[in-house]
Design a protein around this ligand. Structure first.
Ligand SMILES: [Zn+2]
Length: 111
């Protein structure tokens, strides 16, 4: 009895591998970029929450624009829990009249 199939030829296997490599090269940067954009947007949403909490804290406690609240002043009364950057950046609350910042480049409230 003769074997009906000898399996894949080297050329066929290499073609399949090449197609997979090309597809990965196209898809992977997009996936990574989408992830970075999503993290940045989530971070900026956190920064706005911190800003809002600071302003309400300042209004309710008769604070000056240059006063600097700490997390203990804001959490949990003005912001439910201390937010954290999805890209592991560190937040600086800063004074009431300044936007809070994140240490990750690009994670900023545009002024
Ligand atoms: Zn961030």
């Amino acid at each position: 009895m003769k074997l009906s199939s000898k399996g894949f030829t080297l050329l066929e296997i290499m073609s399949v591998v090449a197609i997979i490599v090309i597809l990965a090269a196209i898809v992977l940067p997009n996936v990574l970029n989408d992830r970075a954009v999503a993290q940045k947007n989530a971070c900026i949403a956190n920064l706005y929450q911190i800003m809002k909490a600071k302003v309400i804290w300042a209004n309710e406690n008769n604070k000056q624009e240059t006063d600097l609240p700490g997390w203990a002043d804001l959490v949990p009364e003005y912001i439910k829990e201390q937010p954290s950057c999805p890209a592991n950046g560190v937040y600086a609350i800063r004074a009431v009249n300044s936007y809070p910042t994140c240490t990750v480049s690009g994670h900023t409230i545009s002024e």
